[in-house]
Design a protein around this ligand. Structure first.
Ligand SMILES: CC/C=C\CC(=O)SCCNC(=O)CCNC(=O)[C@H](O)C(C)(C)COP(=O)(O)OP(=O)(O)OC[C@H]1O[C@@H](n2cnc3c(N)ncnc32)[C@H](O)[C@@H]1OP(=O)(O)O
Length: 725
């Protein structure tokens, strides 16, 4: 780890080096500070360039140091030293300048970026605010509005957009450091006043206070329950209202407050969990190191429904040519039109970000009815609707057509991979690739391993996830896999609560208050009640003959609700039909409105079936609905279907809208305390022995018997004997 320098024509070049991303650890900050002081004091030096080693400027503060007690020299004083330098300092930004990395670059007098580089202040994604002057200098450079959008979302901005916004002075296609040296030489001796951002006035829109008030309301709604986006608005208010030095104090105060919260710890956990799950290992020891992913140069997608369309766009965005296949001309026409319109929108977005080559994507997709065209593709992703017989017919067919090296993937949301593999000539090359809708936007990909799936197939699917910009999480093959397996008890529990007299709107409000983007009933309306019902039928989770609602609400000894089926039969499919658990302004409408018809219907339904009314509080709604997810999570760990709690958390925070500021269901359980979760489940199960989802998992009981163990230690007690990956 070093910040070393060389002098090139009176310009000192300081290189920050801390592999792999030049995170600003205490040691690196100290080293850069020393190098800058030396350069400032050296008569032979007239200007300074700061760059990062190995093509990356810096990914910001070293997050691994956040939880350590010893704290190094503050980044703030290094940045102030740079800004106060009488010799011009130029940042040569390659790769990334994020968080403290961008703040350091903002302390420099000039910034040059490579075209492929991106910059951002993602502290909010770690539950923090920028606290090394970033939230004070950036609005002085690009204005309050653009800064607000960057710091409340933590979004990364590509170099060309950064140039448009005014964050960087120049974008170059190559030789970034040489260009920075040339610029540094050119500006030697020029006044630096206008380049010292902390001395400039903040660029405000008219009526800035009202603008910030409105921003606060919007942010509260958008990031339900998360503290750091609100603190970002507060820090901007300080930038507007206070002189720079006082603003700095406020920035520090807000940072220090957030630094001690559970939310920041949860978000840091989520950050590392996402990286951990990407390093998959099989019980055999196979991993990236031993199983090389095979190149995917061409792909095919079968089925152009909602999922298929999104998968095609994902592949095209990753520059992989795709053949999209449908079963008949009518479906092909509908599907191809939908894909092209989605693609047009994506291209427009990319062009706005300066990607002039984006239109070339149009040539990457080809539509066909002819299976013969799939002969030479490297991978096929089947995305037809959830029906085992249909999927088996397709895979049997593919087996006879595709080249022997082709991987055959199914986008099932929970059907048996082994059964699908059994009809093919290559069970070792069959993988479950469970995308989440909309597939070109959602980050999660569940990669499902069947009992015959080879490590090379896993490695290839996990690499594909990376290439598509997604997080691949490896899971075992069981009904509904991990994500939907945990979702099912959640949905059922929410419906049971409605049967007991609680309002759909109240349940949604409670879970949105917890931080979900939408509650379970709005989520069901979005997914389609008919789709969910079909999925229940396909997985043998229903008693269709009793879906008219005349049953006694039991399936064997288990409680069972026919409501999903009844509403589907009444053509209340959700958003798409304009009515479901809510009503909408029109079919396809998105604004959910309370529906008096539903309230009357439910009241008659409760009377007809003698449901006892049991109103519960918002806190209890959260417990009833979330503890069944957590309990099922422990059961999935016990069954060896998920490798560890991190995998479940990454699936939930990236695929199911679980709020990242609580870390995910398993992390949240550890935060609440396992003994508390167990006691509540025992109490609820005792009162409802016909709901087996409430019966505490053996693994949860085992962990509680050892005391309130931190999540990192759970794995040790799980052992590896059960692992089904
Ligand atoms: C006063 C406080 C001042 C400032 C506050 C801050 O700066 S907070 C930090 C803000 N920065 C970030 O949030 C950046 C987070 N990192 C990323 O977005 C990505 O890692 C990045 C840099 C875009 C690289 O992505 P890539 O997909 O190429 O690699 P990967 O994410 O797998 O990361 C590689 C390894 O680097 C580790 N790492 C990344 N960033 C940091 C960091 N800031 N501190 C410490 N370590 C970091 C990451 O964990 C990976 O490690 P590995 O052991 O290989 O899993």
């Amino acid at each position: 780890m070093a910040a070393f320098s060389y002098i090139c024509d009176s310009v000192a070049v300081i290189t920050m080096s801390n592999p792999p991303v030049n995170a600003l650890s205490s040691a690196l900050i100290r080293a850069v500070q020393k190098a800058v002081e030396e350069a400032i004091g050296d008569f032979a030096v007239e200007a300074i360039v700061i760059r990062g080693d190995k093509g990356k400027f810096s990914a910001g503060a070293d997050i691994r140091e956040f939880n350590r007690l010893e704290r190094g020299p503050p980044l703030v004083s290094l940045i102030d030293l740079i800004e106060d330098s009488k010799k011009p300092v130029v940042a040569a930004i390659e790769g990334v300048a994020l968080g403290g990395g961008l703040e350091l670059a903002l302390g420099c007098h000039y910034r040059i970026a490579h075209a492929q580089a991106y910059v951002g202040l993602p502290e909010v994604l770690l539950g923090l605010v920028p606290a090394a002057g970033g939230a004070l200098r950036l609005p002085r450079l690009i204005g309050i509005s653009a800064t607000l959008s960057m710091i409340t979302t933590g979004k990364y901005v590509q170099a060309r957009e950064a140039l448009k916004l005014g964050i960087v002075d120049k974008v170059v296609g190559e030789n970034t450091v040489d260009e920075a040296i040339q610029l540094a030489k050119k500006v030697i001796g020029q006044p630096l006043g206008s380049r010292q951002l902390s001395t400039l006035p903040v660029q405000c829109p008219p009526n800035v206070e009202a603008f910030l008030d409105e921003a606060m309301v919007k942010v509260k709604k958008q990031f339900r329950g998360a503290q750091s986006p609100l603190a970002c608005v507060e820090v901007l208010r300080a930038a507007v209202q206070l002189p720079y030095l006082e603003g700095k104090k406020k920035e520090r105060e807000l940072f220090q407050f957030l630094y001690t919260t559970d939310q920041t710890r949860a978000q840091q956990y989520a950050f590392f969990a996402e990286r951990e799950v990407a390093k998959w290992t099989l019980p055999s020891g196979a991993s990236w190191k031993t199983a090389s992913p095979q190149p995917i140069r061409t792909a095919a997608v079968i089925g152009l429904g909602t999922m298929g369309r999104g998968i095609v766009i994902s592949l095209v965005k990753a520059k992989i040519p795709v053949i999209a296949l449908e079963q008949d001309k009518k479906q092909l026409d509908i599907g191809s039109k939908a894909v092209m319109s989605l693609l047009d929108r994506e291209i427009l977005k990319m062009e706005q970000l300066g990607h002039t080559e984006a239109t070339n994507s149009l040539g990457l997709v080809q539509f066909t009815l002819d299976y013969g065209k799939l002969r030479d593709v490297d991978i096929v992703i089947e995305a037809v609707f959830e029906n085992m017989a249909l999927k088996k017919e397709i895979f049997r067919h593919l087996s006879g057509i595709c080249k022997p090296e082709a991987f055959l993937c199914t986008n099932t949301s929970g059907l048996d991979i082994d059964e699908i593999a059994s009809v093919t000539d290559r069970p070792q090359m069959i993988v479950g690739t469970h995308f989440f809708a909309p597939a070109h936007i959602m980050k999660l990909l569940e990669v499902v391993r069947g009992s015959c799936t080879s490590s090379t197939s896993i490695s290839t699917a996990m690499q594909l996830a990376k290439n598509l910009g997604k997080i691949g999480v490896l899971v075992g093959n069981c009904p509904l896999f991990v994500g939907n397996r945990l979702m099912l008890p959640y949905i059922q529990q929410a419906i049971f609560l409605v049967e007991e007299g609680n309002k759909v709107e109240e349940i949604d409000r409670a879970l949105e208050g917890f931080g979900f983007a939408m509650g379970p009933f709005q989520m069901m309306d979005l997914a389609g009640l008919d789709t969910l019902w079909r999925c229940h039928v396909e997985h043998g989770l229903t008693r269709p003959e009793q879906s008219t609602g005349t049953s006694n609400h039991c399936c064997g000894s288990k409680r069972y609700s026919p409501l999903l089926g009844i509403l589907s039969e009444k053509l209340r499919f959700g958003q798409k039909s304009g009515q479901g658990w809510y009503k909408y302004e029109k079919p396809g409408g998105r604004k959910a409105m309370s529906d008096p018809w539903l309230h009357n219907f439910l009241s008659e339904y409760r009377d007809a079936h003698n449901f006892k009314t049991q109103y519960i509080t918002q806190e209890e709604i959260i417990e009833w609905c979330l503890y069944v997810i957590i309990n099922e999570g422990f059961k999935a760990l016990e069954d060896g279907i998920a490798s560890g709690p991190e995998d479940i958390d990454v699936i939930y925070t990236n695929g199911y809208g679980w709020p990242k500021h609580t870390g995910g269901p398993m992390y949240y359980a550890s935060l609440v305390g396992l003994p508390v979760v167990l006691t509540k489940l025992e109490k609820y199960y005792e009162a409802n022995p016909d709901i087996p989802d409430l019966k505490p998992s053996m693994f949860l009981k085992k962990l509680v018997a050892y005391g309130n163990l931190p999540l990192k230690e759970w794995q040790f007690h799980l052992g590896s004997q059960n692992c089904k990956l």
